[in-house]
Write a protein that binds this ligand. Sequence first.
Ligand code: AMP
Ligand code: GLY
Length: 414
Amino acid sequence: MGSGGREHALAWKLAQSPTLDTLFAAPGNPGIAEHATIAELDVTDHRAVVDFVRRHRVGLVVIGPEAPLVDGLADNIRSIGVPVFGPGREAAKLEGSKGFTKDLCARMGIPTARYFRVTSKDGALACLDDFGEACVIKADGLAAGKGVVVATTRAEAEAAIADLYAHGPVEAVIEEMLEGPEASLFVLSDGTTTAAFGSAQDHKRVGDGDTGPNTGGMGAYSPAAVLTPELEERALGEIVRPTIDCLAASGTPYVGVLYAGLMLTADGPKLIEYNVRFGDPECQVLMMRYTGDLAALLLAVSEGRLADVPAPEFSDDVALTVVMAAENYPGTPRTGGTIAGIDAAQAEGAVVFQAGTALKDGQLVSAGGRVLAVTATGTDVPAAQRAAYAAVEKVDFPTGFFRRDIGAKAVIDG
Ligand code: AMP
Ligand code: GLY
């Protein structure tokens, strides 16, 4: 379920699974339609989704995006006995409510930024004294990457708080600013057993050199070398496993993939945030490297059998993806721009995952902010970079743009 580049990558890999019979996608996109039968479904209509699952005897539902998870779609499908890859409403609060996650961390002693939960402007202003000059202000709920302000001066923090409370009371978290390189760790959980599922580094700002506004992600590569095996073990033991244990003990077990956004501080890994699904475009690079039968693995996760299957395996190659976005993204993107050259881009092993695309009179056109994720592999970051950018050059998308420095940080640091 879903319609973005993440779901195209999942569909592409699921379609290669020897254990798969039929793949349906809802609502899908033209790229996904190359691997799956599109189900004409309103995915916000849970009853229609459940009816479809029952009528077509679906054996596993994989939910891509966070919104339906936070809405309880996984619970509604599980209620008819069908396995679902994705957490229920209660466990999805790890992404749906920053305050919920911070309180869980406090209860379990999980390393994260020191914080206050606030509900009013005065309450928010009152805690600024506690943080010196820098702090981070976060709206509580789902905000598609737009609800966070990292303020480096008191004036910036006050302006962000004024903005947040311009239309009345809202829940928010004010927290300490952490410093260090960021990395994303992906972990499968069947409710009790966990299995690491790779790491990646995202590029959130729209412009080269990490400039301009935040986006959903303009590119990524995997693995993230900054997350050494030792740091990964610490993050699993100190952050992820206590979280999974806490939810299991509360009777709301976490089933699906948990995406931990980590800051690798001088004191060790600390949790920045959780997402309750794969990252987009991090999923694209993970799927390029995963070598197993994805349908079998996700079914094992969804049926509580993770302990009985081999640990997920990945190729040693680096995968790197460059997002091609539509003019004016992350503002209102220009749609309807023609796209060609995908076959040429894929001729040498790159894969072009489609995100915001549509077919208009048989012509592929842009239909969203992030339009394509051009993905390639190589023996190291520079090789993957060369392969991905060579493929980008073959794509003819005159109203699109992309960052030219995806992976550059890894090359400089590593
Ligand atoms: P989030 O939506 O929570 O991932 O936040 C978006 C981005 O804001 C993160 O990827 C970080 O770069 C930054 N950020 C969030 N929280 C903090 C923090 N406590 N300290 C420093 N940077 C942060
Ligand atoms: N690329 C960041 C995210 O999926 O949230």
